[in-house]
Design a protein around this ligand. Sequence first.
Ligand code: SF4
Length: 467
Amino acid sequence: MLRDHCGVVGVAAESQVSNTIFNALRMLQHRGQESAGMAVHAHDTLIHKDMGLVHQVFNPTILEYLRGTVGIGHVRYSTTGGSSLENAQPIFVDTAEGQLALVHNGDLVNAQQLRDHYKTKGWAFTTTGDSEIIIRLLARYLADTHDMIRSIRTVMKEIKGSYSMVIMYNGKVYGVRDPYGIKPLVLGKIVDGHMVSSESVALDLLDGEVIRDVMPGEIVEVGAEIFKSSPGGAALSPAHCMFEWVYFARADSVLDTKLAYEVRRRIGKALARAAPVDADFVVPVPDSGRAHAIGYSYASGVPYAEGLMKNRYVDRTFIMPSQLSREMSIKLKLNPIRPVIEDKSIVLVDDSIVRGTTMRQIVQLLFKFGAKEVHIRVGSPPIIAPCYFGVDIKHRKYFIANGRSVEEIREILGATSLRYITVDELVEAIELPYDHLCLGCVTGEYPLPIPGEKTRFQARLDSFRQE
Ligand code: SF4
């Protein structure tokens, strides 16, 4: 299963915002389950953060304590910096210019260089995350400029990578999106104020409405009554992470004007057109393959059926391989529904395959339960390269598609047939131009320079240069 980094939210309103942020974070819980946190500003900045799910971290007493009309919130899954309370967000510093708090979704690709550089200048860091680097730089430039927008701009010139972040400074909230718009960030209106959020679903819950996406490279100052936009730097060709539509975002979220559910259905339809099967049922791998499978069924006319029952109460961290057989551990998570499987030819649909271990086990299980044929259809192209922007696909050696043909992968998985969506079909399903997407992990070409990797629009690897 792929994991994303974080979800962020920022609110400015006429009334207290802690309940609003709490509810928004609950809607963003799928983006991170390790820690949650909130900072609000009244006369002072008040913060609460802890390890756990949103409803475990906050309770009515804490929300009552967090009284303020502006605030920011965060849910976290760590891909860099480790899983510990010290890396939970918001991160906060008290400076001569005022109080600064920050939440961040993404990964900086030059974090280590910045950290090493500033250590030689005498800086000491108390966390291992990227966000501390950003807030320390902001504090430094604020001391020089006394101007938040100018300071953010200067920081944006120095940091490279993916970042959708929300900053709270002396009672003001700023939403900032990196110049490529890799991670999502949407601006919306709520009843008595404005909100920025990783996904539009947070606005749906609050009866709010989307105003628009924060543009790549844009800084938005969010006020209760108005919002102000400022350019953060040179406009670059956008590179929205394609996996937001394929898997990460909730299906009911609209990202950069495209509803994730519809994109997933279009992917399924494209797979049905490109790789039809005379099968009895289209079966999703729950929950991630569901919308893709519905699209496949719709376009092919093959009936959709739930053939695998997901156990929602099993946390993968509590499954000890030494205590369970492989088959038991997969059945604990996904148990076949026999009448849908036995003597049937199945089209099995999932969003992606990273290592292939789980998919192989599912295929074995389906055959054990009497499936005649198992045809795998996959909603993303083969993952062949790492993500440097905050998704936990880091090492080529673990990818089943690394250096293997589709036929070799099919053989390892034990499936009757295997078809991935192609890059072109995926781009068509998202309905954005190829040049507006990050496809780094499926093409090996990244939107910004990564040492040793090919950059988008770059003809040859040896022409690499660090910006
Ligand atoms: S490399 Fe892949 S997972 Fe990472 S941002 Fe790009 S498309 Fe998304």
